[in-house]
Design a protein around this ligand. Structure first.
Ligand SMILES: Cc1cc2nc3c(=O)[nH]c(=O)nc-3n(C[C@H](O)[C@H](O)[C@H](O)COP(=O)(O)OP(=O)(O)OC[C@H]3O[C@@H](n4cnc5c(N)ncnc54)[C@H](O)[C@@H]3O)c2cc1C
Length: 510
């Protein structure tokens, strides 16, 4: 076998994928003395947590808000361990999400829960009791912090009891709000203004559990879900730097084609260039479907492993992702971390569907992403994988559809920001095929499995039946995805590895 010489003192770990989970797994492996090599097929670290540059503008692909950006969450310690925020300035915007309506005031999800409550009561005084139930629920959730120091798989009965006692006071709120969907909540509202605004969210988020909205609002309130200026690529680069500083190795342009297995034990990886790299442990931080069914040929999958991929769970929809560079700082547009949703009148057909609203992120709060006096706008639209797959079979059609989608998005934005069209200096359209090509994620899902009331908080298996010395980490083993599970599943995996090797798990901070 070429590459990675066996070290008799230290075990070696081959990590597939240099997204945030893979980079973090590498950091923790190095903190604990394992020889660690990351094999990443792309030329950059970060996976979906990335950015690309066009005509002097930077189109950011990921971080709108980062759980653990400040001390109020246990994730803060983890981000310090992997050096993710080293030298970064984090900002906490006043507005988390803004839903603008045609015939009435906007619904603004303010970061501060007291301000949010006042605003909701102004919009719908007749819904006072329900509003207070909602905002008190958010307040209650601020008292919850997920214990992260020990991997749940290593819990003793005492740990489980301690966890139960810790969770008990919050249990009723969790159980209640995980069952209520945004659609259910909208139906219970009386006030026309609130009912209209919540109902307009149901198109994209109807089946989303209210708990999934309230948790971020509780982190927002605690100023621990901010935005690191500079965005996603510097964030990924920071973790890459930490990994390299700890003595790890990253191989870019290194697509893993096969996990090598001997006697039902993972023993290394084979790359697309034919080279084989031996390792004592293989950790896959790549897309779950390709790991299980391609890199391992489906040999280590029982019904429980196959189930989610055969309809048991739903992946996040793929995205049509349009980045627009505008020669205008757009200072009067509200600064909102999770986007401004606005109505379209007349409706606009974009990406094969007639749309009556659009959501956009105006990055007027991050001057590092555009030349001075200019701004980037990003529009994320849930798209259709099969439609783009079909277009991609004909390059001329594919390019024409991309260009049409970009034009239609500009038409739509012009309704909310008249005058921007003539100031557009750059437009970049990434389709589900782009996401698939660059990150390998199954059906171009941008965040793994969709969060539902049933999947919330439930992890998928991180090992495969019958296969030893192999683990999976990242968004495909943690429904709902996101950056926090990327770091925590990686940390847990190395902690379990240490336990299996009879070693104390060690961490340091950057
Ligand atoms: C538009 C957008 C907005 C988001 N907003 C937020 C947010 O505000 N907050 C938040 O917390 N999260 C957000 N997320 C989600 C978050 O970015 C992801 O859940 C997280 O980054 C996933 O990390 P990962 O390492 O598990 O997976 P990935 O990023 O998919 O990494 C997998 C890596 O494996 C590599 N790979 C795949 N196959 C192979 C192979 N065969 N050989 C070698 N390498 C391979 C890929 O190239 C990739 O680098 C957002 C995501 C997107 C796309």
């Amino acid at each position: 076998m070429a590459g990675g010489q066996r070290d008799s003192e230290r075990k070696s770990v081959a990590i597939i994928g240099g997204g945030i989970a893979g980079l973090c797994a590498g950091c923790y492996a190095r903190m604990n003395g394992y020889k660690a090599t990351i094999f990443e097929m792309h030329s950059l670290p970060g996976g979906v947590c990335t950015a690309w540059h066009r005509n002097g503008y930077t189109i950011d692909s990921c971080i709108h808000w980062l759980v653990g950006s400040g001390p109020g969450s246990g994730y803060h310690k983890l981000w310090k361990e992997v050096g993710a925020l080293a030298g970064s300035q984090v900002i906490d915007l006043d507005e988390f999400m803004r839903i603008e309506c045609k015939d009435g005031p906007a619904l603004v999800f303010y970061r501060d829960v007291d301000r949010l409550e006042r605003h909701l009561l102004e919009l719908g005084p007749e819904d006072g009791a329900l509003i207070r139930e909602f905002t008190n629920g958010i307040r209650k959730l601020t008292r919850f912090d997920m214990p992260l120091d020990k991997a749940a798989a290593l819990y003793t009965p005492w740990d489980k009891l301690a966890m139960f006692l810790r969770m008990a006071p919050l249990g009723p709120a969790f159980l209640k709000w995980r069952k209520v969907t945004v659609e259910d909540f909208a139906k219970r509202l009386e006030s026309p203004a609130l009912k209209r605004a919540f109902a307009s969210m149901t198109g994209e988020m109807g089946s989303f559990p209210m708990l999934g909205l309230m948790m971020p609002l509780s982190w927002q309130h605690q100023k621990t879900a901010g935005y690191p200026l500079g965005g996603s690529l510097p964030f990924a680069r920071n973790i890459e730097r930490r990994f390299l500083g700890l003595g790890g190795e990253v191989k870019y342009g290194a697509r893993v084609e096969r996990v090598l297995v001997e006697d039902d034990r993972a023993v290394g990886v084979r790359l697309a260039d034919g080279s084989e790299h031996e390792a004592d442990i293989v950790i896959s931080a790549a897309d779950g479907h390709s790991t299980i069914f391609d890199l391992l040929g489906g040999k280590y999958a029982n019904d429980a492993i196959r189930g989610p991929y055969e309809g048991g769970m739903t992946p996040f929809p793929p995205l049509l992702y349009v980045g627009i560079g505008v020669a205008d700082p757009l200072p009067d547009v509200p600064q909102v971390s999770s986007g401004i949703s606005f109505p379209l009148e007349p409706k606009v057909e974009i990406d094969g569907k007639v749309r009556d609203r659009l959501s956009m992120n105006v990055y007027n709060y991050d001057p590092t992403l555009a030349p001075a006096g200019k701004t980037v706008i990003v529009v994320m639209i849930s798209s259709d994988y099969d439609r783009w797959k079909a277009h991609s079979l004909d390059p001329v059609r594919y390019r024409a559809e991309k260009s049409l989608a970009g034009e239609r998005v500009l038409d739509a934005i012009a309704q909310r920001l008249p005058g921007t069209r003539s100031k557009v200096e750059m437009i970049d359209v990434a389709t589900p095929m782009t996401w698939e090509r660059y990150t390998g994620n199954w059906r171009a899902s941008y965040e793994g499995w969709l969060l539902t009331g049933a999947s919330l908080g439930k992890g998928l298996p991180t090992t495969l039946p019958g296969l030893r010395n192999f683990r999976m980490v990242g968004q495909w083993v943690a429904p709902g995805g996101g950056l926090p599970p990327a770091v925590s599943t990686a940390r847990d995996a190395v902690q379990i590895l240490c336990k299996e090797d009879g070693k104390q798990f060690l961490t340091t901070e950057a």
